[in-house]
Design a protein around this ligand. Structure first.
Ligand SMILES: *Cc1c(COP(=O)(O)O)cnc(C)c1O
Length: 369
């Protein structure tokens, strides 16, 4: 049986919630589970308003539109992220400008961000909470404030994480979560946008439902989108949200076992694992080949032979062919993480036997060196 990186964690509670949503007859997009899911998400992130959407990417797109991103403006995006962060900027007509990361965390480098803000007409900055660790908001928010530029928190990977005493999803002018199948919790596909601004959330809700004016004959004064989450999927999300802390606890336990295994192994660190507020979405090793005597790719190859899935850290956006012409501020930190990092199986549905199998394979690999 193959062991996956971060598979969905679905059980009886999820089955009961979805069955009840179907039984209730609320199969059309709207419904009571959708309203409740939005309230529960907002509560969890400590913000007053949320709208549930069809994906995290859709949430990024609408939030950027609402914040004024568009042709003739730049959107600052970390180069070390999943492509969706940059793609959403392009959907609006804005130009993505890429900024490198702090090598210790993989998160946006605040000093470089300051330089990028100085050089461009920026409509929004989109820090990413990489692998479930919040970006350095104490440093990022004041820099953006100085330039009067709004911050959109891409918390797609960070639901349930905290920074200081505040939850992920509560930073900046708006924030997004993703409920894709590989994330910390899932609606099979889905996302959400959260904000302290009722106007912003109302505007995005309106854009997400085809921008229909509230009249019976479907009057339109804006270009809209079909980006709503369905009530049935919201029911799945409610069950997952109830189990979120339990699932984070399991991921943390897996991370602790990796930490113990790699403790004292020369040349190996766990990326950002010193952060107690992380939701531990993915545990990622960074291997210095000169010190370790082996590479992340060597380990990946051995684990692949044991039917164990791993994945490199995101390939930086400024190295992607599709963004070859984009402007970027790079130090090489993201590229080094891409070349030396490896995400290990981190899912909350991994059983003790499966974790043992991974750890034994890694242990034998280390022993053989
Ligand atoms: C997953 C992810 C997204 C996109 O979310 P989807 O729900 O898959 O559209 C955006 N940004 C980051 C950093 C992600 O990891």
């Amino acid at each position: 049986m193959k062991i996956y990186l971060s598979p969905p964690d679905i059980g009886e509670l999820e089955q009961a919630y979805v069955a009840e949503a179907l039984r209730s007859g609320w199969v059309a997009p709207a419904g009571p589970d959708l309203d409740a899911f939005e309230r529960e998400l907002a509560d969890r992130a400590g913000v007053p308003y949320a709208v549930a959407l069809s994906s995290g990417t859709a949430a990024l797109h609408l939030a950027l539109l609402a914040l004024g991103a568009g042709a003739g403006t730049a959107v600052i995006v970390p180069t070390l992220t999943f492509a969706a962060t940059a793609n959403a900027a392009v959907y609006t007509g804005a130009e993505p400008v890429f900024v490198d990361c702090d090598p210790a965390t993989g998160n946006l480098d605040p000093d470089l961000l300051g330089r990028a803000l100085k050089d461009h007409d920026v409509s929004a900055v989109v820090p990413v909470d990489l692998f479930g660790r919040c970006a350095d908001y104490d440093a990022i928010l004041p820099v953006c404030d100085r330039y009067g530029v709004p911050v959109l928190e891409d918390a797609a990977e960070a639901l349930g994480a905290t920074y200081g005493d505040r939850p992920a999803g509560s930073f900046g002018s708006a924030a997004v979560f993703s409920f894709n199948g590989n994330k910390i919790m899932t609606t099979s596909g889905g996302g959400a946008l959260l904000s302290e601004s009722r106007n912003l959330v109302d505007r995005c809700r309106y854009l997400s439902t085809q921008a229909r004016q509230p009249v019976v004959h479907y009057e339109h004064t804006d270009i809209g989108y079909n980006y709503r989450l369905s009530n049935v999927l919201a029911a799945l999300g409610r069950a997952q949200l109830k189990r979120l802390d339990e699932m984070i606890g399991r991921r943390r336990a897996v991370r602790e076992r990796y930490a113990k295994l790699f403790d004292g192994v020369k040349g190996v660190t766990l990326l950002g694992a010193d952060d107690l507020g992380s939701n531990c979405w993915l545990t990622t090793v960074v291997v210095d080949p000169a010190e370790a005597g082996w590479t992340a790719a060597d380990l990946a190859g051995v684990l692949r032979n044991h039917d164990i899935e791993t994945r490199p850290i995101w390939k930086p956006m400024h190295l992607q062919p599709v963004f070859a012409k984009a402007r970027s501020y790079v130090t090489g930190a993201a590229q080094r993480l891409f070349e030396t990092g490896l995400a290990l199986p981190s899912g909350s549905s991994l059983g003790p036997g499966e974790v043992d199998r991974v750890l034994t394979a890694v242990h034998n690999f280390l022993d053989a060196r």
